[in-house]
Write a protein that binds this ligand. Sequence first.
Ligand SMILES: Cc1ncc(COP(=O)(O)O)c(C=O)c1O
Length: 379
Amino acid sequence: MYLDNAATTYPKPDSVYERVLHTMREVGGSPGRGGHRRSLEGGRLLFQAREAVADFFAISDSSRVLFTHNATEALNVALHGVLVPGDHVITTSMEHNSLLRPLNSLAATGVEVTIVPAAANGVVSVEDIRRALRPQTRMIAVSHVSNVCGAIQPLAELAEVSRAAGTFFLVDGAQSAGYLPLDVTRLGIDLLAVPGHKGLLGPVGTGFLYVAPSVSLRPLLQGGTGTNSTELNQPLVMPDGFEAGTHNLPGIVGLQAGLDFILNRGITALHDHKQALLCQAQQALSRIPGVTIHGPADPAERCAVLSFSVAGVDGSRLATELDQDYDIAVRAGLHCAPLAHGTLGTFPAGTLRISPGWSTTGEEIAFFSDAVVQCLAKF
Ligand SMILES: Cc1ncc(COP(=O)(O)O)c(C=O)c1O
């Protein structure tokens, strides 16, 4: 039983596997890297996938969707591509290391970083973010949903603060894309970093960064783009200049199949299904003596994951028992977000995290909570 969909979703819908295999077997060519049939077909598929991503997130110009290999790369392109020494960035204590570490490395070059602590339930105060603004603030960078406790941040209000202050608004959509509807245009998001392999149900090795027309970006990588080949300078045309090197076309086509699957089932129906499973798990776990559930008490204020700890019990040991004796995959530890545990009061032990997927059933959640009880009885 796989309850670690927040790391990467498994299984993928059959159509994802089929499209990946079909692209590898039957298409084969590298998009934009030749005039032959296979390269042209690859280019057509790449364009279609870019358009599908743009439609899904209400992005009006698909050329501003830059394919990456995961959310980490998208965040690095956004942060290193925009910030310069002297800039000030506001972020939160709930962030993943894929945002905190590039920021920390930029801080060594003279970028100033303010980390606003969230409340003990993981939700960030809009007022605290507003108070952290300075004249040099260039960017507000937040994750939409915490990968540790599932807290949903007040994105629309934060976007409003950013717009009023004239700063760029960078959203890490790693745990919300495919879970919650995200309308980039309506919210006024300037930069959106998304993995393709989590809630969007695509293969690993996929992701993207959306860059609003107001943002001018420096490319992180230089290399072949299949365009402007006489120029030794990296072209700055979007998307080519920011996608140097051969694309992961099978993965990107598989990502489009993931989007199609979500559109067919309905993002709300899928969300409701996973929320019901999380509520079921929460109710069952909270009946177990010593269990603390972390994050907002109201299930409507969180999604994607449920984190808990058991007094006096080593979470890693419990996760190992669940894996070895019951074949249940959960995640224990810090989930690559150390500061979030300071906020939630779970540092340094971390938490146990479950994250059901589109194919998880209520029977599986019942089996999981029974297995927790049985494991604890043995400790
Ligand atoms: C909130 C958050 N941001 C960023 C990432 C990094 O995503 P990726 O593994 O696609 O680089 C993760 C991964 O778990 C995450 O949960």
